[in-house]
Design a protein. Structure first.
Length: 133
């Protein structure tokens, strides 16, 4: 196969996306407004912005393990940064997510998060001010 595991991952993602779309469509047909007010466009923008910097890493790094590791770090950073910037998640909710991780993972993630937390809270406050003003 030309695309190997990357092709399988892309096909799986498209498949899951199709299932979610059909599920949401069926809910809408039956009058269930479960996702009313959900910022779907913001989420799609976030996903696109998160994937863009990862593609060159996966394509050009020689080691699969190295490219996957770097890709995960960059994707996670862009995703959570974008989620905070687009107001899809708050700093408080991010803290709750980190606290729910197993202790080994929580300890690895909590240190950088606590360093960045004052900046994130300040950024979140300025976003609220922009939204109000």
């Amino acid at each position: 196969p030309r695309w190997h595991t990357t092709g399988a991952a892309i096909a799986t993602t498209i498949s899951y996306g199709g299932v979610v779309f059909m599920y949401a469509w069926q809910l809408r047909i039956h009058g269930i407004r479960k996702f009313e007010g959900f910022p779907g466009v913001r989420l799609l923008v976030l996903i696109a912005i998160s994937i863009v910097p990862v593609v060159p890493i996966v394509l050009y790094l020689p080691s699969s393990l190295l490219s996957v590791s770097a890709g995960i770090i960059i994707l996670t950073t862009f995703y959570f940064g974008g989620a905070l910037r687009l107001r899809l998640i708050s700093t408080h909710e991010t803290e709750k997510i980190i606290e729910s991780f197993p202790s080994l993972i929580r300890n690895i993630i909590a240190r950088p998060f606590h360093i960045l937390r004052p900046v994130l809270v300040r950024m979140e406050g300025s976003l609220r001010t922009e939204a109000i003003g």
